[in-house]
Design a protein around this ligand. Structure first.
Ligand SMILES: [Fe+2]
Length: 191
């Protein structure tokens, strides 16, 4: 498992690619905006719940963490407006540029301040643990499909669990039922 800083930066690069496509390919805008929304929401919730608390506590960057979460919400609001607009014309172009600039500004702050501070503050092992926690929360949000408040319902399908077991190289996974898979996966995570 990659460490949390690497995972966050991977998402940033994916977002930037989607932004380039959004600017260039007007015909695919609705579909691309849906993709951006799903990724941005999952990434932001995972970051706010699994990473920023550590940034605030262990790295002593409470204000930065708070500011980061605020910027997530601003970006999400801008994106919601965009998704409600006709994806052509001058106004859309302007709002799209504002949204992209805001996210890029946030990404830059994270990569120049927040993530280096986190890297300095915790061990390499902890960064990997945080990577696992981040990835799990992110996946939960993505498979949930709702951008709601994630009230702790951690409904995983058998397929999700099987995929996870495969990544963790759980032995005997192909003959396990759903409960057995869940138990094996959770056990691996906690060991
Ligand atoms: Fe962020």
């Amino acid at each position: 498992m990659a460490d949390v800083v690497e995972l966050i930066m991977q998402d940033h690069r994916t977002l930037e690619k989607l932004f380039d496509e959004l600017r260039q390919d007007a015909g695919r805008r609705p579909e691309l905006l849906d993709k951006v929304a799903a990724l941005l929401t999952a990434h932001s919730r995972a970051e706010e719940e699994r990473v920023y608390p550590v940034v605030a506590k262990d790295a002593g960057e409470r204000d930065e963490a708070h500011h980061g979460a605020e910027e997530h919400h601003e970006a999400e609001e801008m994106l919601e407006k965009l998704r409600g607009m006709s994806p052509e014309g001058k106004e859309f172009e302007e709002k799209l540029k504002e949204f992209i600039d805001a996210v890029k500004h946030h990404v830059e702050e994270e990569e120049s301040d927040i993530l280096p501070a986190l890297r300095d503050a915790v061990s390499a092992e902890r960064l990997k643990e945080l990577g696992t926690a981040f990835a799990e929360r992110r996946r939960q949000e993505l498979t949930d499909g709702s951008s709601g408040s994630g009230s702790g319902s951690e409904e995983r399908t058998k397929d999700d669990l099987y995929e996870e077991a495969k990544e963790l190289d759980v032995h005997g996974r192909s003959t396990m039922n759903k409960d057995e898979l869940a138990e094996a996966v959770d056990h691996q995570h906690s060991s």
